[in-house]
Design a protein around this ligand. Structure first.
Ligand SMILES: OC[C@@H]1[C@@H](O)[C@H](O)[C@@H](O)c2[nH]c(CCc3ccccc3)c[n+]21
Length: 450
């Protein structure tokens, strides 16, 4: 057996999001979010699950920081719930909302754990949705106002700020396929939402720079590695379109100030109809300090002239392994992605802000949760990250998704991503899974045994 040693200042962390773990959905002045509304809408979420209680983190955050300390995390990535801070999305500030996050951050600092805050992880105040939400360009100034409140309140204790979690998903799942809140099904709206999200990111970064804070700011994107099933030209073009659709639509504006031509022509009229103003692309390209990457799996495609989805058809190799989300386990895709980002987009510091897997975890007779499949998944992806670092990629940290089982959006509580098991039948009891103990050992040694 040999050991792969990570750089000495490498950050090992874990990640969550407010709506997925906090619960207390109407407590202490919190306003309604679009996910409160969506999850309470019959038929939208598996088993009629909602985030009303979730993991009850709102009341149990001290216990949860103790868990993070036991695992030995260097850092914890979490999101702040906009409607806890501004119940109507703007106007009056809810002090009890600020107090909750102050308490959480204080516990983290006492435990020597770096707080990394995601400003927006999908839980828009419902009051703003009623004014058009992300489809209405006015939202940009409300987002910057919200961000400024948090920069001023926590700017001296937060290590890094992430403006948005996965604008692709907010735009295309929330406004294209409609399987996420607010459940709109309109590609034209989805494209406008994507643009407004990027613009809100750029203006929030600009505001952050004006405040001259000494921590860092970036954005988190869900990114894939995209491969053609054969080396024929049409399959290769299909794989490139897939990469442009998920990765390029956001990477190109953020780092090159433009939308990717190949797919712009594919969108045609829908792109020409967009409300993009003269300075927008320059504002979106405001320099960031790091890029957050959420990687879970690859995309393997073939060209299909009858496919309404960009002429693309997904392929699922028989001999691959799959997670409980039916996502192919493909660690090499993380390595390929990191190398490509380094070569084609940025040499800025990169963080894996999410990587992990859902498996059908069970509590064993002895009371433990033996999730060897999750250990194997993480080990293989850590090895890919290690290889990329060895080849010069400025990967500075890795956040396992997730610290605990939680509300998995439209899948409700049916999918478990945590390294901590949540026993929903037993008062949300926390049980560290074998993967948590395995991760603890990695962190202590800052190395991986292979
Ligand atoms: O699905 C697991 C996690 C979610 O729980 C996080 O909130 C979200 O940031 C996140 N993103 C991805 C990859 C992109 C994706 C999002 C939604 C559905 C399918 C894929 C996976 N995950």
């Amino acid at each position: 057996m040999s050991r792969l040693y990570f750089p000495k200042d490498f950050i090992w962390g874990s990640a969550t999001a407010a709506y997925q773990i906090e619960g207390a959905y109407q407590e202490d002045g919190k306003g309604e979010s679009i996910w409160d509304r969506f999850s309470h809408t019959p038929g939208k979420v598996a088993n009629g699950d909602t985030g009303d209680v979730a993991c009850d983190h709102y009341h149990r955050y001290k216990e949860d920081v103790e868990l993070m300390k036991e695992i030995g995390l260097d850092s914890y990535r979490f999101s702040i719930s906009w409607p806890r801070i501004l119940p109507k999305g703007k106007g009056e500030i809810n002090q009890q909302g600020l107090d909750f996050y102050r308490g959480l951050i204080n516990e983290l600092l006492k435990a020597g754990i770096k707080p990394v805050v995601t400003l927006y992880h999908w839980d828009l105040p419902q009051a703003l949705q009623e004014e058009g939400g992300w489809a209405n360009r006015e939202i940009v100034k409300h987002f910057v106002n919200y961000a400024e409140i948090l920069f001023n309140e926590f700017g001296d204790v937060v290590s890094q700020w992430i403006t948005h979690n996965e604008p692709f998903v907010v735009a295309f799942n929330g406004h294209g396929s409609g399987d996420h809140a607010p459940g709109i099904k309109d590609q034209q709206v989805a494209l406008q939402v994507a643009h407004n999200l990027l613009l809100s990111h750029g203006l929030a970064v600009k505001k952050f720079r004006e405040l001259k804070l000494d921590n860092e700011i970036g954005i988190t994107l869900n990114l894939i590695s995209s491969y053609p099933i054969s080396d024929n030209v049409e399959d290769n073009k299909a794989a490139k379109r897939m990469e442009d659709y998920i990765n390029g639509w956001f990477l190109e504006p953020l780092f090159k100030g433009r939308y990717p031509e190949r797919i712009v022509e594919f969108y045609g009229e829908k792109f020409n109809n967009l409300d993009i103003r003269e300075d927008d692309m320059g504002l979106i390209k405001e320099e960031i300090d790091f890029l957050g990457i959420n990687y879970y799996s690859r995309s393997l495609v073939r060209y299909n002239k009858d496919s309404k989805f960009l002429g693309i058809e997904g392929v699922k190799p028989q001999d691959s392994q799959y997670t409980a989300m039916d996502w192919e386990i493909y660690p090499k895709g993380l390595y390929d992605l990191l190398i490509k980002l380094n070569q084609e987009y940025t040499q800025k510091p990169l963080y894996i802000t999410e990587n992990g897997a859902a498996f059908d975890d069970k509590i064993s007779e002895g009371g433990g949760v033996h999730d060897q499949d999750r250990i194997d998944y993480l080990k293989a992806h850590f090895q890919s990250a290690y290889k990329a670092i060895q080849e010069g990629v400025a990967l500075k940290g890795y956040y396992v998704w997730s610290l605990m089982d939680n509300f998995e959006w439209a899948y409700g509580y049916s999918k478990r991503f945590g390294i901590t098991y949540i026993d929903y039948e037993n008062n949300q009891r926390r049980i560290l899974k074998d993967s948590a103990y395995w991760y603890k050992n990695i962190i202590v040694n800052n190395s991986l045994e292979v």
